[in-house]
Write a protein that binds this ligand. Structure first.
Ligand code: AMP
Length: 447
């Protein structure tokens, strides 16, 4: 397939040719014709997939024949989570829109002088690329109007939500015309992103771009049973102290327990830090920078805060508390196995959490292999039957990868609980969580 066959205007094809690209990427092949046809789109794709051109080209195609009327507001609005991404997108718009000599763009991001941006907005601007916070400032001060927006693009929507922009985005979208076209790009289309997408799009076409297998690291998934919180803490320390561990993200259920656990790990000498939604954005950015620089070895995080973390050194994900939503499990373990490396994901289950484990296995279709650490095995409990069917037969993400490292599979490779394990259906009550998770069928992307 060529760019010519996608239905783009000649001026745009020429600009693409000048960049040297000859073959559209998969996301471009699917998204460009659909967007030209006028559909709203929900696209799951990753950085590096060519997504910027996938939304920029059809949006410019829409602008091509008509210059804006004097005094009109932008016709294309792109929202991005970060300044850097906004700048990259603006650059792409200028590159692909080179032939549209009248085309004006503006990049409205935080950290840049506000009044210079106001000045920019005093001339007609066709395409605005913005981070939500700064755009909302301009909107509230009536420095910009969004009533002429024809195409609204949400780039890396999941990251914007992670960064706490949900309300800002809602306010911005409410200021755009209902008849606009909406193109939403995100690493995942599940959970909160899916719910936001439902509110903002009409009959959207869903495009899911699989990450090539060779680009996906392999994540070995393990399960360890603990008798109580004290036992969990001891297991955690043993896991974190292991040689093979480079950097780890430890997940807790609440912000408070993230703070407490991080503090207690620091006291034990680990280079630990917490990351959660109550922290100020600058504090979160600083923590993430330190994680990237390798100065933090153990990040103790909540689900929302950890979404979108892409640090190649994270060799382990440890679910200190198993996720309450099975789909969060996939996002959590996806923090390891980045940049094509392998990773290990270990879920610690207390006696009352076995229902959550079953929900995860049902959701992913993968069976978590039970491991123990010699000398730290869970105490034998009332025998129970084999773990219920419904999950796949011991498959793991990717091809699994070798055991290696601490802990060892319990006898029976997870077919039965160790020493009888924690009660099955007749054991500890977990029916409520089972019911709330059990009927989720949609499989999440593995990013
Ligand atoms: P993105 O996913 O938009 O961040 O793009 C990733 C990289 O791929 C960027 O450097 C683009 O310039 C480049 N790119 C975009 N489209 C193509 C294409 N059709 N062929 C080759 N490279 C591309």
């Amino acid at each position: 397939m060529t760019f010519q066959s996608l239905g783009l205007a000649d001026e745009l094809i020429k600009a693409v040719e000048q960049t040297g690209y000859t073959i559209p990427t998969p996301v471009q092949m699917q998204a460009i014709p659909a967007a030209i046809a006028g559909s709203d789109l929900l696209v799951s794709s990753h950085t590096g997939s060519g997504k910027t051109a996938a939304f920029t080209l059809p949006s410019l195609h829409k602008l091509i024949d008509r210059r804006p009327a004097p005094g009109a507001g932008p016709r294309v609005l792109v929202l991005t989570p970060t300044r850097e991404l906004a700048q990259q997108v603006e650059k792409a718009v200028q590159t692909y829109g080179k032939a549209l000599r009248w085309l004006n763009t503006a990049c409205l991001v935080g950290g840049a002088p506000f009044f210079a941006q106001v000045k920019q907005l005093q001339r007609p601007v066709d395409v605005v690329v913005a981070t939500p916070g700064r755009l909302l400032d301009h909107l509230n001060r009536r420095k910009i109007k969004l009533s002429d927006v024809e195409v609204l693009i949400l780039d890396e929507a999941d990251r914007m939500l992670d960064m706490g922009f949900a309300e800002d985005i809602d306010a911005i979208v409410a200021a755009t015309p209902a008849k606009r076209q909406t193109l939403l790009f995100s690493a995942t289309l599940d959970g909160v992103v899916g719910r936001m997408a439902e509110r903002m799009t009409r009959n959207p076409q869903r495009i899911e771009i699989e990450v090539a297998k060779e680009d996906r690291g392999q994540i070995e998934q393990r399960l360890m049973f603990a008798d109580d919180m004290g036992h969990k803490s001891r297991l955690l320390e043993a896991l974190l102290g292991h040689d093979g561990l480079q950097q780890a993200v430890v997940f807790t259920a609440t912000k408070r327990s993230a703070d407490e656990l991080s503090l207690s790990l620091q006291e034990k000498g680990f280079a630990a830090a917490a990351l959660h939604g109550d922290m100020h954005q600058t504090q979160r950015n600083r923590t993430l920078d330190r994680l990237r620089q390798g100065r933090i070895g153990v990040l103790v995080a909540t689900d929302v805060a950890a979404r979108g973390i892409d640090v190649a050194g994270i060799s382990h994900v440890i679910n200190f508390d198993p996720p309450r939503q099975a789909e969060d499990y996939v996002h959590r373990i996806g923090r390891t196995g980045r940049a094509g490396r392998d990773g290990i994901a270990i879920t610690l289950s207390g006696p009352r959490e076995t229902g959550l484990i079953r929900a995860i296995e049902r959701f992913t279709g993968d069976r978590l292999e039970v491991h123990t650490i010699p000398g730290m095995e869970p105490s034998p409990r009332k025998p129970s039957g084999p773990r219920p069917a419904g999950a796949g037969a011991g498959r793991r993400f990717g091809n699994g990868g070798g055991g290696g490292g601490y802990g060892r599979p319990s006898s029976g490779s997870g077919e039965r609980r160790p020493g009888g394990g924690f009660g099955g259906r007749d054991g500890h009550p977990s029916s409520r969580s089972e019911r709330s998770h059990g009927d989720r069928r949609d499989r999440s992307s593995r990013g």
